[in-house]
Design a binder for this molecule. Sequence first.
Ligand SMILES: Nc1ncnc2c1ncn2[C@@H]1O[C@H](COP(=O)(O)OP(=O)(O)OP(=O)(O)O)[C@@H](O)[C@H]1O
Ligand SMILES: [Mg+2]
Length: 234
Amino acid sequence: MLTIENVSAGYGTFQALFGVSLEVRAGEAVAVIGPNGAGKTSLLRVISKVISMTGGHIAMEGQSIDEVPSHQIIELGIAHVPEHRRLFPRLTVEENLRMGAFVASARSRYEERLAFVYELFPRMKERRHQLAGTLSGGEQQMCAIGRGLMSGPKLLLLDEPSAGLAPVIVQQVFDLVRRIRQEGYTVLIVEQNIQQVLKVVDRAYLLEVGRIKMSGPAGDLLANDEVRRAYIGL
Ligand SMILES: Nc1ncnc2c1ncn2[C@@H]1O[C@H](COP(=O)(O)OP(=O)(O)OP(=O)(O)O)[C@@H](O)[C@H]1O
Ligand SMILES: [Mg+2]
């Protein structure tokens, strides 16, 4: 579904990604793991064209998106749930969800998608008139993921959905990721919470200082001595 070939990108003269290649197949959940500053967020930003690439190619369903501007990425079926959730705190849950359905193709299916998100997250239905800024951290993450689903994406990009949440809530967030995948969505998730994310994805890539250092089935990375020593602390 998504093919990234030899992509480089950065900020001004600073290079954050060095020739990264990665693939996400339809129906898969894939993780990009790595420490702070590895370039995980930059990788998702380059896919959704928030930052431009300085080299390489990206294709979605076989079509190059190299020249596609960021505002059209969502029309191709890519929804990006950014780091720190980025909800509109003074809007209600439902108003935030509506923001996710702003593209023309999604507007006509708004009611149907809203019903789907409420079925997936009954808590959001209960809280639909509450201001998003007053939700708990875990609820805000549900709202952010729900907003991403409102455009009816084929591919969902999730940037550290577990960040800043208490351990018990972290577990709930990973259960959500598992459910979204079971619903048939293709997911590319970036995480520092390596041990837990590797239990809910099919494959993973290890990113270190802007380069892919290792990749393979999630179980292989979880069992890998180097990964365990450096990132899981075992
Ligand atoms: N807007 C920016 N301007 C300049 N440098 C940036 C900018 N955003 C990120 N960087 C730099 O790019 C590198 C990669 O950052 P990125 O946010 O992609 O890392 P990350 O893996 O997502 O880290 P974290 O786990 O802390 O979120 C870092 O060295 C960071 O300082
Ligand atoms: Mg990040």
